[in-house]
Write a protein that binds this ligand. Structure first.
Ligand code: MLC
Ligand code: AMP
Length: 508
């Protein structure tokens, strides 16, 4: 293993950067940040972090809104050889403590509105520096970068140094920090850039959050490697997206983006005439959305499949047939197979668990060697937990999950975490949390609760106490009260029965 700046993800991204006067980011008010300005600013963040004593693989935990400054901070951390640890901005202060205790960051960057609470937490965990960044990109982190002399030095790293830690919820309710290396992120970015045939002149419409692999790595890395401009939007705002579509060529989104666009009459083939590629992932895209999009715009959405632990894993082809309801083929360099729960490899067409191997597959879960070992086979394949089939040609279809997980609007929610909070309430004997079909979010959270005898709680008695303890996107949208939960002969709650009972709850 050799230390070299060439192993640093940022070296690869920077080689793709456009000329100094080429546009890198275009903001909603039409302000343009050029590649030259971006490089200088990223170098200021790298220099400022060095001044704070940041060393190779020191963690920088960031819970800040999407802004040009938070993007440059990310790239500055990478340039400086640090480990970037973004957190969903919806996480509450009580959720934050766990991440800080696990990541043991050298620097924490938070929104100024959370500064007092964050300071209390960081004081308990010996964090050296707490900085602020608000939704406009202002705050002490930005001030520190302003004061720093920009640096072009890219810190030498090993290719398996950890470039990022992304927390993914665990089936036990405890989040796991997936450690992604410079090699993981570089290889995936290069493969996607080529597979999706990025070309000079491409313009990426970027409306995803940048605290997950989809918005931060897949989208930004492809654009940066291509030296392309990004329309950089704080969030998915349908009016702003429709306004930028005529001058964009590529958009990446979760299925909710597409269902929302399709429910708007302004989304037409004329509006999309300049578009080259619509990509969807993070949650299953309904075949009907795929078909409706083609009928309306002439574009066949390219669906791909990925996960925090491995970035992108499979993709429908760019040139070949993009089949609705499938996630395509293993990406070049990644191997995929379907196995039963004992690891026996199954034949084409059989349903089993998808297992994968490749340079994109993560190094392990931080501080969890046993958990990491459990999720790998002896021959190095990672057990994704997604149920899938593969046809004779190697085309993969995801048919379910063997992990008890809900995906709402592209965000993963683990029922266990919500059940644990509900079960703590005085009026509750037990609960089961399920995901049911939802026209906007794909799936939505529903709680089924057995109340304590002698109590008569209302829905708000369950939901209100969770507010502040769990991020709001995890809160149940509906609560049902029952005398008892359905169980099988082994005593296990039959969530499939509950899901069937409530499957039409949100149907329109
Ligand atoms: C927001 N809310 C949600 C929600 N997002 N509720 C359930 N599920 C969600 N995903 C709630 C908020 O708490 C709030 O409730 C209300 O909806 C309005 O909030 P908002 O922020 O205005 O919502 P909106 O902008 O409409 O956001 C919806 C969304 C967004 C779908 C556009 O969630 C989004 O951008 N999702 C993308 C997530 C993503 O990037 N996933 C990739 C993971 S990586 P209240 O009660 O407070 O009013 C991955 C690997 C891979 O999975 O393969 O890519
Ligand atoms: P995360 O842990 O947030 O990275 O989410 C990864 C999970 O999202 C995967 O394990 C899948 O369950 C799901 N996922 C991602 N892309 C797709 C897709 N195209 N179709 C179905 N599920 C998907």
């Amino acid at each position: 293993m050799t230390l070299s700046p060439e192993n640093n993800l940022y070296s690869h991204l920077r080689r793709g950067f456009g000329l100094d006067d080429a546009p890198c980011l275009i903001l909603p008010d039409n302000a343009v940040i050029t590649y030259g300005q971006a490089r200088k600013r990223i170098g200021q963040y790298a220099a400022a972090l060095k001044k704070l004593g940041l060393k190779r693989e020191d963690r920088v935990t960031v819970q800040a809104e999407k802004s040009i400054e938070s993007l440059f901070l990310y790239l500055g951390v990478i340039q400086a050889g640090g480990t970037y640890n973004p957190l969903n901005t919806a996480y509450t202060q009580s959720e934050l403590e766990y991440f800080i205790s696990d990541a043991q960051p050298h620097v924490v960057v938070c929104d100024p509105k959370n500064e007092a609470g964050t300071n209390e937490i960081t004081a308990r965990h010996n964090v050296k520096h707490v900085l602020c960044l608000d939704s406009e990109g202002a705050g002490s982190a930005c001030d520190l970068a302003d004061e720093a002399e920009t640096s072009d030095e890219i810190i030498a790293v090993n290719e398996d140094d950890v470039a990022a830690i992304i927390y993914t919820s665990g089936t036990t309710g405890r989040s796991k920090g997936a450690m992604l290396t410079h090699r993981n992120l570089t290889s995936n970015a290069q493969v996607l850039h080529e597979y999706w045939q990025f070309v000079p002149g491409d313009v990426l419409l970027h409306a995803l959050p940048i605290y997950h692999v989809h918005g931060l790595f897949v989208a930004c890395h492809c654009a940066l490697l291509n030296g392309s401009p990004m329309y950089f939007m704080a969030r998915f705002d349908i009016d702003k997206v429709l306004e930028r579509l005529p001058t964009s060529t590529v958009m990446m989104g979760v299925p909710t983006f597409y269902t929302r666009l399709l429910s708007d009459d302004r989304f037409t083939s004329e509006l999309c005439a300049n578009m080259r590629l619509f990509i969807s992932g993070s949650a299953p895209l309904l075949a009907e959305t795929h078909i409706e999009c083609e009928q309306r715009t002439g574009h066949r959405i390219l669906e791909r499949y990925g996960m925090t632990e491995a970035g992108m894993v499979t993709s429908n082809p760019y040139d070949g047939e993009r089949k609705a309801g499938t996630v395509g083929f293993a990406l070049p360099g990644t191997k995929a197979r379907i196995a039963d729960e004992n690891g026996k490899i199954l034949k084409a067409g059989d349903i089993g668990v998808l297992e994968i191997k490749g340079p994109n597959v993560f190094k392990g879960y931080r501080n969890m060697p046993e958990k990491t070992a459990e999720e790998f086979r002896a021959d190095g394949y990672f057990i994704t937990g997604d149920m899938a089939t593969m046809d004779e040609e190697g085309r993969v279809s995801i048919v379910g999950r063997n992990k008890d997980m809900i995906i709402s609007g592209g965000l993963n929610i683990y029922p266990k975490e919500i059940e644990a909070e509900i079960d703590e309430l005085n009026c509750v004997t037990e609960s089961a949390v399920i995901g049911v079909p939802h026209p906007d979010f794909g799936e939505s959270v529903v709680a089924v609760v057995v109340a304590k005898p002698g109590t008569d709680p209302a829905q708000s008695d369950i939901i209100d106490p969770l507010d502040g303890r769990l991020a709001r996107f995890k809160l149940p949208k509906r609560v049902f009260f029952v005398d008892e939960l359905p169980r099988n002969t082994m005593g296990k709650v039959q969530k499939n029965v509950l899901r069937a009972q409530h499957k039409d709850l949100f149907s329109t």
